[in-house]
Design a protein around this ligand. Structure first.
Ligand code: ADP
Ligand code: MG
Length: 333
């Protein structure tokens, strides 16, 4: 039987902590926070068969995703991620396999990409299902975290990257689609891989989060984890405003448009309600729009609409008709 303390010792060696950190191996971690900065903390729980399926996501991608979702939350506060804590509960058969080592490989690779240090966690056993809790601690200049609540009528609404691919990927995985290296004869292998990877291995917009916070560019900011319709409504209710977006401006992922028509999936519905894209949705005062960089880490942004007063509601313009954009995204219950 694999020993828990050997596992933790191996993790400690893999965790590239610097000498200024007391990380894995003591009762608690000690970190040095920076003068003039505030600490931003987030946690995300991934439960097998609710948030992921063991049979469809390889452990390497699950490790990546566990950290990615929390990095996205830190980015959504306009902050820089610094430290990660990961707690896992796994059944004995998973513990006996190389699952957790592969999970941590995916996690370390993403952590190293953004200079985030794994400083601790906890390990326990479950009867049947895998659970993973991911905590990330970040920093931002004091008083400058970007909340959901700062949007004002007239502010312009932007999103990073593209929408709809993660939701399309989830639907295709559920219909039995595989990555090309597992199924090289699939038509459209490259397009399919792109869409599947957006679901299996989401890229958190860490660079954009840091830029928007450091340069105080956004008035309000949220990550699109539940779906654009739900998350725009969250931002608007927190800010006490309405919004109007234009469906023709939405950066719907081009591969989704290509793949979906033939599979009876509607790209606009996926982009609006699909969720898990982990793009950032933010609002910018008209005076600051010219200060926005075009790209950060290669990721562009797109203006999709404008903040209005609360009594105007949250609306979408589609083919010369205006609809109420009701939250249609992910709910656990
Ligand atoms: P305790 O009994 O105090 O919970 P543990 O033996 O669980 O101590 O943990 C020892 C050290 O290993 C701590 O630094 C803890 O943060 C770290 N650790 C335990 N499990 C994990 C894990 N799954 N991932 C990362 N660090 C872990
Ligand atoms: Mg413990």
């Amino acid at each position: 039987m694999k020993d828990e303390f050997d596992f933790i010792r191996a993790l400690r060696e893999r965790a590239a902590t610097s000498s200024s950190i007391t990380g894995i191996g003591d009762d608690a971690a000690v970190v040095q926070t920076s003068a003039g900065k505030e600490t931003v903390v987030t946690t995300d729980l991934l439960v097998e068969d609710i948030d992921f399926r063991r049979t469809t996501i390889p452990p390497y991608f699950l490790g990546h995703k566990a950290l990615a979702v929390s990095l996205s939350d830190i980015a959504a506060m306009g902050s820089r991620p610094r430290w990660s804590l990961i707690s896992i509960g796994v059944p004995t058969d998973i513990w006996q396999s190389d699952f957790v080592e592969r999970l941590y490989s995916g996690l370390f690779e993403l952590a190293n990409q953004y200079d985030v240090h794994l400083i601790g966690g906890d390990t326990s056993r479950t009867e049947e299902k895998i659970v993973i809790d991911s905590i990330v601690i970040g920093e931002c200049p004091a008083g400058r975290a970007i909340k959901r609540s700062g949007a004002k009528p007239g502010d312009q609404i932007f999103v990073t990257g593209s929408l709809g691919a993660a939701a399309a990927g989830l639907r295709l995985v559920e219909r039995g689609a595989h990555l090309a290296d597992q199924n090289p004869h699939e038509d459209d292998a490259q397009k399919l891989d792109h869409v599947l990877l957006r679901h299996l291995r989401p890229d958190p917009r860490v660079g954009w989060g840091i830029v928007l916070g450091d340069d105080t560019l956004a008035t309000a900011l949220i990550d699109i984890s539940d779906g654009l319709s739900s998350d725009l409504n969250h931002l608007c209710s927190a800010s006490g405003v309405g919004a109007s977006i234009d469906s023709t401006l939405l950066p719907i992922d081009s591969q989704v448009v290509d793949l979906c028509g033939r599979r009876a999936l509607d790209p606009l519905q996926l982009a609006l309600h699909g969720g898990e894209d982990f793009e950032l949705l933010f609002t910018v005062s008209p005076d600051d729009v010219a200060r926005l960089p075009r790209r950060v880490d290669g990721t562009p942004i797109t203006r999709i609409g404008e903040i209005r007063t609360q009594h105007e509601g949250v609306k979408i313009l589609e083919r010369s008709r205006t609809w109420e954009l009701n939250p249609g995204g992910w709910k656990h219950f």
